[in-house]
Design a protein around this ligand. Sequence first.
Ligand SMILES: [Zn+2]
Length: 298
Amino acid sequence: MGRIALKIDVDTLRGTREGVPNLARILDRARARATFLFSLGPDHTGWALRRVFRPGFLKKVSRTSVVEHYGVKTLMYGVLLPGPDIGRRAAAQMRAIRDAGFECGIHTWDHVLWHDNVRERDREWTIEQMTNSYRRYAEVFGAPPATHGAAGWQMNEHAFQQIDTWGMRYASDGRGHGPYRPCVDGEPLRHVQMPTTLPTFDEVLGIDGVDETSIAAKMLSLTAANDRDHVFTLHAELEGQKLAPAFEQLLEGWRAQGHQLVAMADYYAALDLSQVPSADIAWGEVPGRSGELIVQSL
Ligand SMILES: [Zn+2]
């Protein structure tokens, strides 16, 4: 029986306050476990408006209707309104998720800043950003985070090393086909990367005529064989809001296919660690998403 780890990226204040509790209800109804990864610092989503001038972005906007999903106010954060501090403003919603029995971890400190810069930045910048998120997580939860999943699947070698320094046993920072120990300077790190193996909703919507009513069927066609494990990344801002009905259909379909819906911790606990290979970290593209991100080399 295949396991599907549900990894929930939470990018914005609105997603934390509205999408996260919605998802918790949906997951409870489906008796699914999951891991919520929070953005703990300023919400600078509005900076993303600058991406309008980059190739590929307009295509994505019209396909997924960014304004409809994120809301006009969220898109103004960092442009006309100061970016609100998510970890301070939504700490109660975050703790409620932990108290409901879901695994929690770090997505990022400042999503837009990390996403647009980390690839080129040095060790000092990287560790400062990560330390901000770690400290805030400990403040909110009174305990250290179990895991990390990078914003936009953007990382650098210092960030991968920091996962080891924190003593995390597993993280999910890139895309790929199965668990591996990432190599830095030719040496495998101690932690296991469990990459996202399935496409995200926003990568599939609008391609080959897939819309909100057919996306669950499209995703289910990718997991029908049920002969391997998967990691699926969803977003509080999408599946927790406008795309919630499609996500509920998908959960039902996965159950019918016989999949176990688990948190990252469950997925890790079921691994045979002696069989986890090492692999180099690489940059590559995935269909339906603009720009390069962390991928698993073969
Ligand atoms: Zn994100």
